[in-house]
Design a protein around this ligand. Structure first.
Ligand code: ADP
Ligand code: MG
Length: 331
């Protein structure tokens, strides 16, 4: 039974970055205003996510790490949930616990004492009292220690860390009202302020040069458009001379979820016309609102690819939005 559990887990938890993603989502779901992520050796030796959210009462800790455990019943109905999750609900802690040494330590803000539970390779321990600040800390050590095949599949720690950085950056930019920080082997990679300002989050994540080269995007369809395929586009895009050599700084969000949609990236690049040097890509943090029924988020449960019913119209809207922003700034 345990072997079956481990194999299943190895298929859904692909790598440290997928663990980080699930833990951050839990922290955000818990209403945290601070989420501190700290990882060791690219997350292969340790991942710790600490938040100041609603916490887990001691008598619910065991349920939280059990199979099919979720306190988020409403979410099951939410079709959008395919984006940015393992593709099913109430399984993340259970799944991670099957392939690591997991500790969940928590104290709801109103409780005077905290408690913790550990799971080692699927073996659930006792709930014990623990001193801790209000909120939840989840620690994952020795990921895949009991699934050597999965462990062998991991890349160099630098590569695993890059993926973690991309995930944490994605959430930090999508949630400028939450103070998100990332630390690798004891060194801070970035820390956003959580003051609600997107430009300040960009400054924290990408640095001053990039933040200063960003212009505001703020687009809505015209009033005469009765059934617009895109309801709003907001965010920041960079000056055409502030570029990098990869597309990974084109961050796009559909209905507040981080997605990779080649249609969106291509539309952004189109908007720059011939202004980009060959093989150079701008920075973008773009939030696109579409009618929920118009986007298919289930292309692949573990990947972030989405598809649009009206792709050409969506592309056109993005292009128009970015063009207008650049024009506005004389670019
Ligand atoms: P899901 O998020 O789909 O409900 P998880 O396995 O990720 O499933 O989490 C199980 C349950 O544990 C959640 O429903 C929630 O009640 C609780 N939980 C997990 N992480 C946190 C957290 N950071 N803060 C508060 N509660 C949490
Ligand atoms: Mg979860």
């Amino acid at each position: 039974e345990r072997t079956v559990q481990r194999i299943a887990a190895g298929e859904v938890v692909e790598r440290p970055a997928s663990v980080v993603k699930e833990l951050i989502e839990n922290s955000l779901d818990a209403g945290a205003s601070r989420v501190a992520v700290s990882v060791e050796a690219g997350g292969t030796e340790g991942v710790r996510v600490r938040d100041d959210g609603v916490g887990i009462p001691a008598d619910q800790l065991e349920a939280a790490v059990a199979e099919h455990a979720t306190s988020k019943i409403g979410d099951i109905e939410d079709l959008d949930h395919g984006v940015g999750t393992l593709g099913f609900r109430g399984e993340a802690l259970y799944t991670v616990g099957a392939v690591s040494r997991l500790t969940v330590r928590s104290r709801p803000p109103g409780a005077d004492a905290g408690a913790e539970i550990t799971v080692e390779g699927g073996e659930v321990g006792e709930v014990r009292p623990a001193g801790c600040p209000a909120g939840t800390t989840v620690e994952v050590e020795d990921l895949f220690y009991n699934t050597p095949a999965r462990k062998k599949f991991l890349k160099r720690t630098a590569t695993e860390f890059d993926r973690i950085n991309t995930v944490v950056t994605g959430y930090a930019l999508a949630n400028p009202d939450v103070a998100v920080s990332l630390e690798h082997d004891g060194r801070e990679t970035f820390a956003t302020e959580g003051n609600g300002d997107l430009r300040s989050a960009v400054l924290a994540v990408y640095g001053r040069e990039v933040a200063e080269a960003m212009v505001d995007v703020e687009w809505e369809p015209s009033d005469s458009d009765v059934d617009p395929p895109v309801r709003r586009v907001t965010g920041l895009v960079s000056h055409p001379e502030t570029t990098r050599s990869t597309r990974e700084y084109l961050a796009t969000y559909v209905n507040d979820r981080y997605v990779t949609a080649s249609a969106l990236r291509e539309a952004v690049l189109e908007a720059y016309g011939g202004q980009l040097a060959p093989d150079r890509y701008p920075f973008a943090v773009l939030f696109v609102e579409v009618p929920p029924g118009d986007v298919d988020v289930n292309v692949h449960p573990r990947k972030l690819e989405v598809r649009f019913d009206e792709e050409p119209a969506v592309r056109a809207a993005i292009e128009e939005a970015v063009e207008a922003a650049l024009l506005d700034h004389g670019l």
